[in-house]
Every structure is written in structure tokens, then in C-alpha cells.
Design a protein around this ligand. Sequence first.
Ligand SMILES: *Cc1c(COP(=O)(O)O)cnc(C)c1O
Length: 389
Amino acid sequence: MLANGRTYLAIPGPSVMPERVLGAMHMAAPNIYEGELHDMVARLKPDLARVVGTAHNVAIYIGNGHAAWEASLANVIAPGDKVLVLATGRFGIGWGETAARLGAEVEHIRFPWGQPVDPAQVEAHLRAKGPYRAVLVCQVDTATSVKTDIAPIRAAIDAAGSEALLMVDCMASLGCDRFEMDASGADVVTAGCQKGLMTPPGLAFVFFGPRAEAAQRGDAASIYWDWRARAHPEIFFQHFGGTAPTHHLYGLRAALDMIFEEGLENVWRRHRVLSEAIWAALEAWDIGGALRPTVPERADRAWSVTTVEAGGDNGQRLRRFVEQQAGVTLGIGLGAEVPAGFFRIGHMGHVNAHMVLGVLGCIGAGLKALDIPHGQGGLDAAMDVIARA
Ligand SMILES: *Cc1c(COP(=O)(O)O)cnc(C)c1O
């Protein structure tokens, strides 16, 4: 009844597309043989590298995040290679499944639900069970919204004397949460355009540094997945292994312009403050575990997505209420034993204070309408965070 009006997809990707990005895509097809598109792509790649904090290689694929997973692995993993997955949720497991299908021997360290990677455990595991070809980890696992600090994992790998490549999934955190690839010691980073980069799904990115480049498995990767020509093309079409994703590139260009105009530090800060507003509301509503963020420690929470446990099938009931009565779509529970008990709030990319307060107000209305027991003052607590910022 109250949902008509502008709807809001508040899920962890695809994210809200700025009008400026959509407008930049609304154009006649450009010449792909020469001219403006070529100049634009030549500037786009260094700008992408800047967002991820690397001085090294960028390979772009037409695909979603799963394509980035496969592309990254196909270049460095051969059948029989040992791969260690540091799993903080469903997405890390999924990347490992991709490695297993490519023939890798995949092992896991599974961290408790809501907890980040413990580097000491990684070091001990590598010493006891190594050598591994690669270690896979999500900076943010979008199922749990757990964030893991990457530099200490690099330190753990080095301390164990391991040669393993450190491969990091930044799909849900790039352009939202602070990350600097080279400074973190990551060898490979995977990402996509449809989350913090605010562009419709369709572009997958693999960033790789010198150690990963040296570890490339020759011609083992298919021509399509091989990152060498894409990172060092001699002819324009090699950037994309075929036809350029023309309109996506113009959309991404507009998104990167928006990020640099705001300033990357400011983009990160905006995401952090908006996250704090969400956490403040959840903490006020939480009365002994009925409705609580999955990640107990604030330092371990993503700035792009928040997973909430609501108990029973309350996650599903709340999602239905806010969609049908308020025009807001929340993310489904993923990877939990009873997914219906969870919901996720996406707050990545083109999101500001009024959107976050609106989502929280609609969730608050749902808690009342559905008689879900909760504490008072959630929205007030969120307003205080916005007011203080
Ligand atoms: C979204 C996401 C993916 C997968 O991306 P798709 O576009 O759905 O294939 C992988 N890893 C993380 C951490 C994600 O958030």
C-alpha cells in the first residue's frame, strides 16, 4: 500500500546506479577501432589501479564476480596445486569451489560465524600442512559481513616461510572499505563493477602484482582467461579478449570520476559513518539477542554490508514487510543454518544519509508491525551518529 514511489534496492550488489552512470551509458555505440574509446580505456585502467591501490597490472573481463574468481585462479592454479581457503562466510567457500573445479586440492580453515580470519591460525596451519600454491580470502565476506585485515595475513604467510600467493576478493569492499593492495601485500585482487563501483553488473577485474605475474602458468589458462594480453595488450581488442564492453566502460568512467571528485578518503569515510549509523540503530534495537548484527566487534564489520540476525523466520518476514509496505528491498540471508532468520542491508556505493535513515526507519516500522520484540531508540541512535558527523 505504501510502497509506490521510488523503490530502493538496499542489497549488497547490484548497488544503486547513479543517474550520472546511467546517463553516461545512454549513448550511440562508439567506434571500437580508434579514437575516443581507446583514449578513454588507456586512462581508465590506471584509475582503476588507483582505486585498488596498486602500481601493477589490471585485467578486465566481461563478466560478474564469479568470472573474476575463475579468471584469477585460471592463471596461477594447475590441477593438483594446493589451495588454502580462509573462510569467513559463503563467498570464500564459493571461490574455493571454483578452485576445486579447476583441479586444485582445496583445504579450508573455517572461522566461526561472525569472526574474521585469525592470522596466528593461518601461520600455524601453513607451517604444519604446507606448501600451498595460494591462499584465498575475502576482505569482506558478503554473507556474514565480516571484514578481515589483509596485511596480517601476508605477515603470517611470510612468517611461515610459505611461497603461497595471497589472493584477495575485494568484490564487496572496493570503493567502500579502506584497501590498498600493494601496501597490504596482496598478490592478486578480484573485484567487479556492480558494488562499490556503482556500475550495472558486467565488468570483472583481476589485479595482479609481480609475484603473481611470475607465477603465471604459461599457456595453461585458456586464451579467454589468460590475463597477460589483457594487462599488456598489443592491439586494442586484447584489452577485453574481443569486443569491448563499450557502454559499461562509459558507465564505469563516470563512476570513477564521481569517486575521485569526492576523494577516495571521503568515500571511505562516508561508508564508515553510514555503517556506524546502522550499527547504532541495531545495537539500540537489540535486547539480548533477538535482533543483532552477525559480527560482534565493530572493527570486524564491513562498511558496505551489514548482516543481521533476527531469529526464527523474522528476517524473511521483515524483508517482505519493507518491500511490500515501503518499497525497500533488503538482502536475503546467505550461508546460515536458517537463512530465513537473517537479512542483510547493502550500504555500498551511491548511498547517503537520507537513504540509510530511510531504510532504518522502514525496518523499525517492520519491527513494530510484525511485533518483533526490540529495544527503543534505534532511529534516534542512528540520527545521533549522522548529527555528530
Ligand atoms: C558479490 C560477490 C561475489 C560474486 O559476485 P557475482 O557478481 O555475484 O558473481 C564474490 N565475492 C564477494 C565477496 C561478493 O560480494
